[in-house]
Write a protein that binds this ligand. Sequence first.
Ligand SMILES: *[C@@H]1O[C@H](CO)[C@@H](O)[C@H](O)[C@H]1NC(C)=O
Ligand SMILES: *[C@@H]1O[C@H](CO)[C@@H](O)[C@H](O)[C@H]1NC(C)=O
Length: 246
Amino acid sequence: MRYRMKSLGVLLFLGFCLVTSSHVLFHEWTKLILTHHWPQTFCTMEHCHTRFNYWTLHGLWPDRGVACNSSWHFNESLIQDILPDMEKSWPDLFNPTSTSFWKYEWHKHGTCAATAEALNSQHKYFSKALELYHKFNLDGVLKQNHIVPSEQHYTLDAVEGAILNSYGVKPKIQCLHPGKGGEFQTLGQIEICVDREFELVSCEKALDDIWSRVNDILSYALNGVTGFSVCDEDLPIYYPPLTGKF
Ligand SMILES: *[C@@H]1O[C@H](CO)[C@@H](O)[C@H](O)[C@H]1NC(C)=O
Ligand SMILES: *[C@@H]1O[C@H](CO)[C@@H](O)[C@H](O)[C@H]1NC(C)=O
């Protein structure tokens, strides 16, 4: 019995070392994910009302690392000059006058992105996200390709094709899935990826793809029907117009 406990201890210790060392070995991120959400879908899911009728920023996320420096506090006065653009492009959809969304994103993702010199301050991090958001102009790209909010449905191929044509790389497109027996999924989130030089790269490589699906399934299981996951290529996509109620 004693012996068994000891083996268990060794095993746990080894497991701990593995997790710790792999964290150290692989902690450096290689890709940034510029995540956009469609306010109407977000608000359908979270029961808010929105006046934003264009894709807004959700975040700029390194592919590895979460909450990397808890002592690096968000400070609004450091991004004073870009606040008007932040409010327009990266609004807190729950409360457009609040800064708590930016604080959350900074702590969770910005402090990890900051290992790159180009992103090692709050001003650099938020400005870069805005710069990429305007440069890629997802909202414009979808419109130019006639993918607009509508009561008619789209195929995943059509939405993905529009983005692929414009950027030359594959995005990750996420939907709000229908409940049991539902006939369509609702377009919710679009991720566009860049490398450490901020050049466009495909969001889904083979291995990441598997992991993102595992993550999606897990988050789907945890959140029930309310979470986003990668859109299903066999279901029509609903791109909901603004309801106008708020
Ligand atoms: C965490 O952030 C603080 C405040 O900016 C900084 O002084 C410290 O060097 C950072 N720690 C690491 C490990 O980067
Ligand atoms: C925020 O940054 C400003 C400008 O650097 C500084 O004066 C102020 O003390 C900071 N506030 C906090 C709470 O750290």
